[in-house]
Design a protein around this ligand. Structure first.
Ligand SMILES: C[S@@+](CC[C@H](N)C(=O)[O-])C[C@H]1O[C@@H](n2cnc3c(N)ncnc32)[C@H](O)[C@@H]1O
Length: 210
């Protein structure tokens, strides 16, 4: 029975960033990435400001763009100039009018200060260097209710699902949480809704009252 449930996942797992490449189509990825469920868990509201940090080919952009609506703003951040070009073309072709593409640097996403309600980081956490310093700096880009959401291949998966996670392109949830604590954040939500990825939300730790 368990084997039968795993077959559709096996056939559809794909993508970059730590997930074995078996089905490279976006619709194949939808089956395990579940972007509509992700957006539902995020409960994005019209008018909010969201960043897709390490946007890649912009897989999440149409979903985020729809969720925040015409009054909202989506920033697609990439450090690779050729990906910035591709993202800009995609945004034009798909008329994603509330999306702005940003060429970030490895230590600074170049986002506007104190604006972001949500920073979404999918399959990219393990790429970021000097993470405690990076995320401490990123806190200055968050709005008062701002949060950071990390969706990351789970290095601790065992059994058949573990076969889909590439060594060196995944993380351990306790390590993410420890690094984020060091950067001044705390966990507000964690869900096991995605089959091969950690899905955890952080907010800034309020300053201690003396
Ligand atoms: C594995 S891909 C994930 C792309 C996309 N988030 C997705 O899930 O389809 C990781 C992306 O992060 C980008 N990246 C790496 N380091 C980064 C950094 N410090 N800031 C922003 N993007 C970064 C890479 O160029 C790459 O496109």
């Amino acid at each position: 029975m368990r084997f039968l449930i795993l077959i559709p996942i096996w056939l559809s797992l794909s993508g970059c960033g730590g997930v074995s490449q078996l089905d490279l189509s976006a619709s194949g990825r939808d089956r395990w990435q579940r972007p509509d469920d992700v957006v539902e868990v995020l409960a994005l509201r019209p008018g909010e400001s969201v960043a897709d940090l390490g946007s890649g080919d912009g897989y999440f952009l149409p979903h985020l763009s729809r969720a925040v609506g015409p009054e909202g703003r989506v920033y697609a951040v990439e450090v690779e100039a050729d990906l910035v070009e591709q993202l800009t073309a995609r945004v034009d072709e798909e008329s994603l009018e509330n999306v702005e593409v940003i060429l970030g640097t490895y230590d600074d996403p170049q986002l506007p200060d104190r604006e972001l309600d949500t920073v979404l980081i999918v399959n990219t956490y393990h790429h970021i260097e000097e993470r405690p310093a990076y995320f401490a700096r990123l806190a200055t880009d968050l709005s008062d209710r701002g949060r950071v959401v990390v969706i990351e291949p789970n290095e601790e998966l065992s059994g058949v699902l573990g076969l889909f996670v590439e060594e060196g392109h995944a993380s351990v949830q306790a390590d993410i949480e420890a690094e984020m604590r060091q950067a001044g954040y705390r966990v507000v939500e964690s869900t096991d809704q995605l089959p091969i990825q950690i899905f955890v939300t952080f907010e800034r730790e309020p300053p201690a009252v003396h």
